[in-house]
Design a protein around this ligand. Structure first.
Ligand code: CP3
Length: 349
């Protein structure tokens, strides 16, 4: 293993558009239920509780790096952890996702939201420091939920398919919607800044549900709040990725919110994504998670296609087009990493 600092790693260089011959790879949700060692570590410990135990959170962050030889760790936490740290009544229900004790529906509900205090972030900073110390030259990626995705959970009170509640609110009560997005942007910005300041080498903003919005609504009612999160951490000088699902029509608007790298889901080829972004933005993605269960030759051909398409962009970090499904055979992920690392491309001149 090289002794270079994480800021000189292949992942960070690729995010900056400095091409190497070996493609860096990590997987969204690489930590978690696909790993038996994760299930063992989590026995008897609630999801949010585990995120607030620094040694445990650092250990879970490291598990997939040890097992798969991926080129980055993703900090083990959740997009609703900063809500919990601010004092919002939220839990993660196994098999369901984030659930709020009381959905946020009115201007008065939004006014009453507690501020996330800096001291509350101490367990996050501690976990990041522990993980970074163990990772050595391998970079850690910090993350936060984007204002829309967080607001969607807060208004619905639980996961939803169509996100009708937040989509109604942004039109019916734009003042309340803006106040809610200001709160989520501030809260996510502090959460992401804490991770980057404690040693994470890059950051990713997850707008998992932005794909339920058309471009006009996204640009008017969501993009300014996401830009606020990027603005809050931009001065730290670390590469920032913006990812959503079903966001093929929003790629340029997501870049323009302030991202250095755009994460592409499995629906759009990297060739087309690169074309839409004028060939100027490094990409991350986009192996279809469904193919992790296909015969190896089918998966291998798909991975090679993704890498070839990604080579047209100014930089490419390989990832899935969404998170690792819980029932994935971890041996398949390890094999995919080996394959990606075995493919040499000439560095761009
Ligand atoms: O490897 C990693 O990516 C680790 C860190 C991570 C988790 N959640 C851990 C987690 C990250 C980056 C997230 C982000 C997250 N959380 C997103 C954005 C990414 C995406 O998938 O679109 C969203 C939408 C959430 C909200 C959330 N938290 C959901 C929908 C769920 C799944 C609920 C379920 O049980 O099916 C969670 C829980 C969660 N977050 C788990 C993990 C490992 C599973 C909890 C468990 O093991 O019981």
């Amino acid at each position: 293993m090289s002794q270079n600092p994480p800021s000189e790693s292949s992942l960070v260089r690729e995010f900056r558009g400095q091409r190497g011959s070996r493609r860096p790879v990590w997987f969204m949700r690489q930590a978690g239920r696909s790993l038996p060692e994760y299930k063992k570590a989590r026995e008897g410990v609630g999801m949010l509780e585990s995120c607030l135990m620094p040694e445990l959170a650092a250990e879970i962050t490291l598990q997939p790096v040890r097992r798969h030889d991926v080129d980055a760790g993703i900090f083990f936490s959740d997009i609703v952890v900063p809500l919990k740290l601010a004092g919002v009544d939220v839990d993660i229900v196994a098999g369901v996702g984030p659930v709020l004790g009381q959905p946020i529906r009115t201007a008065a509900d939004i006014d009453a939201l507690p501020e996330l205090e800096d001291e509350a972030l101490e367990p996050i900073r501690q976990a990041v420091r522990l993980a970074v110390a163990e990772l050595g030259s391998t970079p850690l990626i910090g993350f936060a939920g984007a204002p829309f995705t967080l607001a969607a959970y807060m208004v619905e009170g639980k996961p939803s398919r169509d996100h009708l509640g937040p989509r109604t609110m942004m039109h019916a009560d734009p003042g309340a919607w803006k106040a809610l997005c200001d709160w989520t942007a501030r809260t996510s910005g502090k959460f992401l800044a804490a991770q980057l300041e404690a040693g994470a080498s890059a950051g990713q903003l997850f707008d998992s549900w932005a794909g339920s919005l058309g471009l006009a609504d996204y640009t008017r009612h969501v993009q300014p709040a996401s830009a606020q999160v990027f603005d809050a951490v931009h001065a730290l000088g670390k590469p920032l990725v913006h990812f959503g699902t079903g966001t093929s029509e929003l790629l340029c608007a997501m870049r323009d919110a302030g991202a250095d790298v755009v994460g592409v889901d499995y629906r759009l080829s990297l060739t087309e994504a690169n074309r839409r972004l004028d060939g100027k933005t490094p990409l991350q993605g986009n192996i279809d998670p469904a193919l992790l269960k296909a015969p190896w030759d089918v998966l291998e051909a798909h991975v090679r296609e993704v890498i070839a398409a990604g080579s047209e962009a100014p930089g490419h970090v390989v990832n899935l087009g969404h998170g690792v499904p819980a029932d994935t055979d971890p041996a398949v992920l390890t094999r995919v990493v080996e394959l990606i690392h075995s493919i040499d491309y000439p560095a761009a001149s």
